[in-house]
Design a protein around this ligand. Sequence first.
Ligand code: UN1
Length: 503
Amino acid sequence: MMDFLKDLGIAEVNSGAYADGWIENPSGEETVSVNPATGEPIARIKNAGTDDYEAAVQAAQSAFEKWRMIPAPRRGEIVRQVGNELRKYKEPLGKLVSLEMGKILTEGEGEVQEMIDIADFAVGLSRQLYGNTMHSERPGHRMYEQWHPLGTIGIISAFNFPVAVWSWNAMIAAVCGDTMLWKPARDVPLCAIAVQNIVNRVIEPEGLGGLFCLTVGGSATVGEKMVADRRLPLISATGSCKMGRKIGQVVAERLGRSLLELGGNNAIIVMDDADLDLALRAILFGAVGTAGQRCTSTRRVFLHRKIADEVRDKLVRAYGTIRIGDPLDRDTLMGPLITPRAVDDVMNAIAEVKKEGGEILCGGNRLDRPGNFCEPTIATGRPDMAIVQEETFGPLLYVFTVDSLEEAMGHHNAVTQGLSSAIFTRNLQASEEFLSARGSDCGIANVNIGTSGAEIGGAFGGEKETGGGREAGSDSWKAYMRRQTNTINWSNELPLAQGVQFL
Ligand code: UN1
């Protein structure tokens, strides 16, 4: 066992269930966390069973009784301490993210930075959970709205951001007065266990053990239970559109709330007046960064005909220089995919491109070495090919040529997903057109910046089959609270609204 894992409290065999304290011997199956770069085991996890799930919900519910009555700025003080612990553990936790998920070290550390940033944001927010006041139409009446905590929130996170997306939800929900139960993705349980150990250093001495609970487990033992559980008023889930559609239906059936952040099919449009060097770098980071496994990864590029050949050639050349390998090696630019199956998915998509008459411009192969590696790949063909409509979660980029912004916009918005988008241009009219009501239909639209790597201060999420949810900054906190409108009559009369006379 590597030393940095010990620093994070990771053992050979780990409990995957936390309910106001680690449950020593959870009753679920034992699973193994595997290093995607080598196929070797990292450590074993005892998953949460049904009884452990029940214990965690109860712990979170009873913590809520206390937590909801602690003033929000005091709750912010707890989150401030969590942010400080994360600062201390940035290096080892970033390394674990790289080891278990496979993203390169700078991105693993960046992910922990994202946790720290959202913790800081949440601390400030804890003094800014503002409601409106309105002027009542009735004399001697005062009207305002206030925001109360919702309850215990269920957080279902994806493998690709194994720690940051939890913190987007958890740091904000914590200052809002909620407690939570986290189900991390199957392939990255150690990241979640390490995060739980870090936050425990703050919550346990304060007697707030049930504030952040954890149940590592499969969909049948944990996931499906959470989604159907009426004690969890909000389910915040990140993952594929297919998964979100199922979750959304079950939560809607019980009239609960869901906050969905699902797949993207993000595109960059490059106009003929663009700074091509900037565009090139943004496309590379967007398509090859995280081995194309961000929900914001760049999947489609529309090049204006005047610059298309030049950009395409430069891209192909740059793809040839990408250093693929061990994500923990500082020289590596692209690590492995999460599972062998993920590599199969990319290979199947490439076969599909060829079947539909498209062409592979570079890459296209698995790497003959241990671990889940494939080449970063550029394909071309028609933007309306069936495979292009799908989100293939890997380093597969489609490049198309267009004659005008109008043509690019048509293809751009024709997919079912609506997460992130970008245009590269120096032309004011083109960029404003792209950002206008008839422009990009995505939740995120950037100018001269790629599709991925959003800051936490903005609201994060997208439209259409991306699910409509917003997490992180701006006023996303409202999703984690319930709004109450209060009217107070301090007069000696009982006037009715709308001038109604009665008695
Ligand atoms: C995700 O891929 O689910 O904007 C989240 C980005 C990151 C978050 C991605 N800040 O790329």
